[in-house]
Design a binder for this molecule. Structure first.
Ligand SMILES: *Cc1c(COP(=O)(O)O)cnc(C)c1O
Length: 368
């Protein structure tokens, strides 16, 4: 066992891979785009042999993400979805999975598709309902999926409590930590076996690439993750890893700013009579709300905010989950999860909070 990494997130990201260049001594890690590497002789496999399996830029990114999450290692994948798929590859055929009924729409789509093809069986449960959760544990799941705060309703799940019960039931526990980021929540410290990310979102933060990660604390699990990422070819490219590490360097700064703005936006929305329901866990850069009025009219009034699916980037985005991020979830399942047809979700970015609020005021004015 190596000693736990006690460096702060800011120091981890500012120093990741710095002065690691063996060739020219560059401060910033160079981009190793080569697909393959020279062997000294046919019997001696070099540490880096073929970039699907292992690549210096990917290794640096995994090292930084593992340090942030308190993991032993894992895989950096081509998207968040390929990290979810990778987690399912750790399971036997026909395994039982328990997932939140209000999980990310893409996760819902993937788990439902695997079930439709007879590969896995998933029970989607309300993670806030003790009786439903306990019954799902008694069902004997091989994997329990946690996503907190949930998306788009930002419901909070007690990770330590649910992970403890899931592990006692013999399940692997994986938390999707995309929305909270390791700056605010470290699921492995709270008893999860695996932590998954869409690095497309806040970790990269610049809305210009796709990436994901699946990390574990236990080294035997890390080896299985690496084996499957290589066997299935799910790994992120060198270029995307290089660029993600660049984005990651400002993560703690961006999170602080986006959160402070989200709190200001929340305080302002809470005072508006036109807001019929408001969801904000008190922390984080995401909030969602329903209007006492027509969401379409509100959206046409906006000028600064962009109507787009994604979150955690520099630009404030607004989306209508029912027809955008969660369209892979049938209307009945949306209703079950409490996703109202006109619910709007906001990912607060790096603009000045007063300008974001002024734009929301334009949207409300457009309600007439
Ligand atoms: C975006 C997202 C994913 C999927 O990630 P992609 O990079 O889009 O494949 C999974 N979980 C959450 C919470 C997300 O926001």
């Amino acid at each position: 066992m190596t000693a736990p990494d006690t460096r702060s997130a800011a120091t981890i990201v500012a120093s990741a891979g710095v002065r690691s260049d063996p060739g020219y001594g560059s401060l910033t890690p160079p981009l190793f785009a080569s697909d393959t590497y020279e062997w000294p002789d046919a019997a001696t496999k070099p540490a880096y042999d073929y970039s699907r399996t292992v690549n210096p830029n990917r290794a640096l990114l995994i090292e930084a993400l593992a340090a942030l999450e308190g993991a032993a290692g894992g895989a950096a994948t081509a998207s968040g979805q390929s990290a979810v798929l990778l987690a399912t590859l750790l399971l036997p055929a026909g395994a039982r999975v328990v997932a939140p009924h209000d999980c990310y729409g893409g996760t819902y789509r993937l788990l439902s598709g695997l079930e439709a093809d007879g590969k896995l069986v998933t029970r989607f449960v309300d993670m806030a309902d003790d009786a439903a959760f306990d019954a799902a544990m008694a069902w004997g799941p091989a994997l329990v999926w946690i996503e907190t705060p949930s998306n788009p309703l930002l419901r909070v799940t007690d990770i330590a409590r649910r992970a403890g019960a899931a592990r006692a039931a013999g399940a692997l526990v994986c938390a999707d930590n995309t929305v909270m980021t390791p700056c605010r929540q470290r699921p492995l410290d709270l008893g999860c076996d695996l932590v998954m990310h869409s690095t497309t979102k806040a970790l990269n933060g610049h809305a210009d690439l796709f990436g994901g990660a699946l990390l574990a604390k236990d080294s035997a699990l890390v080896e299985r993750i690496e084996w499957w990422a290589n066997a299935a070819g799910l790994s992120a490219s060198a270029h995307e890893c290089w660029q993600t590490l660049r984005g990651l360097r400002t993560l703690p700064l961006r999170i602080e700013r986006m959160e402070a703005s989200a709190r200001a936006v929340h305080a302002w929305l809470a005072e508006q009579p036109a807001i019929a329901a408001l969801h904000y866990p008190g922390d984080g850069f995401m909030l969602s709300f329903e209007l006492a009025g027509d969401a379409a009219a509100f959206l046409t009034g906006l000028n600064l905010l962009t109507l787009a699916s994604s979150l955690g980037g520099y630009a404030t985005l607004i989306c209508k989950p029912s027809t955008m991020t969660h369209r892979g979830m049938p209307p009945e399942a949306q209703a079950e999860a409490g996703i109202a047809p006109d619910l709007l979700r906001l990912s607060v970015g790096l603009e000045a909070p007063d300008d974001i609020i002024a734009d929301l005021a334009r949207g409300i004015a457009a309600l007439g």
